[in-house]
Design a binder for this molecule. Structure first.
Ligand SMILES: *Cc1c(COP(=O)(O)O)cnc(C)c1O
Length: 307
């Protein structure tokens, strides 16, 4: 460690009239630059899990995800880098030819197995995991999206590269591990933007992860955080023309690519809050670019969307 360059992130200020008019400042932390596939928060979440697997002398990591999962792609690539075997349990039926995410994972040596959506729901049950062990032998299990207490620890390191005095940190939220790590590493406000509909359940998920983190590492964690659940665009991986337009325009203006599933929705939300509310007035805001750009290839091949 580290083959992935954690120092390769960049804090860039974004300039626009609607930001200065509110006396705010907006920075973006380019965690996406860490590695093209093991990008952003997926590296942060895997780091201490890989170290733990090595410590336990486990040669295989098994994990779960959907067919376009950034976490699956990242786990395959990271395991290859660190000489571990990887197994990906994929939700749904196999589709051939493989999409770019899964092809990349296979090229990185990941063994893929497909399970039905109903099996997928029960994937953390003891007897299901036992059946996987009978099939594949011993493994170190990383949960869906990579979020466990060691993932939270990895994400507490994200803000180490931020050298401005900020008031607010913003991140996209899927399973809540990244959010928990950010909350555990600052007393300033952390705002999470769930990428899925009905994201209020994530309050509980983040609290569970924070509790586990507090318990394991014997530290108190801040309560200065909240979720903004209005920018899911209809649900997980659902998109709308105005989102595509926003992401395209953002790239033209700032020369920074966003993904449609997470960072695009979050930044759309931040811009909307800055323009149309007073919530972020006078604040110095740091937005975490959590990466996920490999996922854009899926939108290109399925819908012809060029970003
Ligand atoms: C997975 C992912 C997230 C969500 O992270 P969680 O820790 O699951 O909440 C956010 N952004 C990107 C780009 C991701 O790939």
């Amino acid at each position: 460690m580290p083959i992935v360059n954690e120092k390769n992130t960049l804090l860039t200020e974004l300039f626009d009239d609607f930001i200065s008019q509110k006396n705010s400042r907006l920075f973006i932390l380019r965690e996406d630059l860490i590695h093209p596939i093991i990008s952003g928060n997926k590296w942060r979440k895997l780091k201490y899990n890989i170290l733990e697997a090595q410590k336990l002398n486990q040669s295989t990591i098994l994990t779960f995800g959907g067919a376009y999962s950034n976490h699956i792609a990242a786990t395959a690539a990271a395991c290859k880098e660190y000489g571990l075997k990887s197994i990906g349990i994929i939700r749904g039926e196999e589709q051939l030819p493989l999409n770019t995410t899964l092809q990349q994972a296979v090229n990185d040596g990941m063994v893929l197995t497909y399970i039905s959506r109903s099996e997928y729901k029960n994937k953390m049950q003891v007897n299901f995991l036992k059946a996987l062990e009978d099939e594949f032998g011993d493994f170190y299990m990383v949960p869906e999206g990579g979020s466990n207490v060691l993932a939270v620890k990895g994400c507490t390191e994200i803000l180490a590269n931020v050298n401005v005095d900020f008031d607010v940190i913003c991140t996209a939220v899927g399973t809540g591990g990244t959010m928990a790590g950010l909350v555990a590493s600052t007393n300033e406000k952390v705002l999470g933007f769930p990428a899925l509909k009905g994201g209020d359940f994530l309050v509980e998920e983040v609290n569970i992860l924070l509790d586990k983190y507090s318990e394991k590492f014997k530290v108190a964690t801040s309560e200065n955080w909240g979720l903004i659940t209005d920018y899911h665009f209809g649900g997980y991986a659902k998109i709308k023309p105005e989102l595509i337009e926003f992401v395209t325009h953002f790239k033209q203006k700032h020369n920074i690519a966003l993904d449609l599933i997470y960072t695009g929705k979050m930044l759309f939300g931040i811009v909307d809050l800055l323009k149309n509310t007073s919530e972020l007035n006078g604040k110095t805001i740091v937005v975490i670019h959590t990466g996920g750009l490999q996922g854009n290839a899926g939108f290109k091949s399925r819908f012809g969307i060029e970003l």
